[in-house]
Unconditional design. Structure first.
Length: 163
């Protein structure tokens, strides 16, 4: 191997460059496969979801309010990484459907906080429960204990992508 490396260096070839190209190709392949897999999993979860009439962005807002509590429209826009105007439109539809309510921020009377209504709370909880039950069942039925450990390890690594 050392003679090959020396020969490659004499020829002007950089072994690190070849490794870098291979790593780049692997990362590109993994990115495509992960994107396709996430898309299929999202579609499958939407099939078990009980709130088909809501868009993905509306569900994301309801989920965030459920997890994090009341927030302003601008805080929601930042958290969801969308323009404030887009978030205002999403919030307006949810308000029209009776899923959220506005109230004054007790710390800053100029701001309004968005919070879930009891109807939305029930909807979000039921939807989450249905998706969690499907995922749990699928993981138990389709993976061995060792494979499930590998999935859990991979989740920790993949979490870095969302940060």
């Amino acid at each position: 191997m050392d003679s090959q490396r020396a020969q490659g260096q004499q020829d002007g070839a950089n072994p690190d460059a070849a490794h870098s190209e291979a790593a780049h190709a692997e990362a590109a392949h993994a990115a495509r496969e992960l994107r396709v897999l996430v898309g299929r999993l999202r579609r499958r979860l939407r099939e078990v979801d009980s709130v088909h009439e809501l868009t993905a962005s509306q569900l994301a807002v309801l989920g965030r309010l459920d997890r994090d509590g009341p927030a302003s429209t601008s805080d929601l826009a930042k958290a969801e990484r969308v323009r404030p105007q887009s978030m205002a439109a999403t919030v307006a539809v949810l308000e029209e459907r009776g899923m959220i309510a506005r109230r004054q921020d007790p710390d800053d009377g100029r701001r309004q906080l968005i919070e879930l209504t009891p109807t939305a709370d029930e909807t979000v909880s039921g939807s989450r429960r249905a998706r969690d039950e499907w995922l749990e069942s699928a993981l138990r039925e389709r993976f061995s204990a060792q494979e499930l450990t590998t999935v859990i390890t991979a989740l920790g690594l993949l979490e870095r992508l969302s940060e």
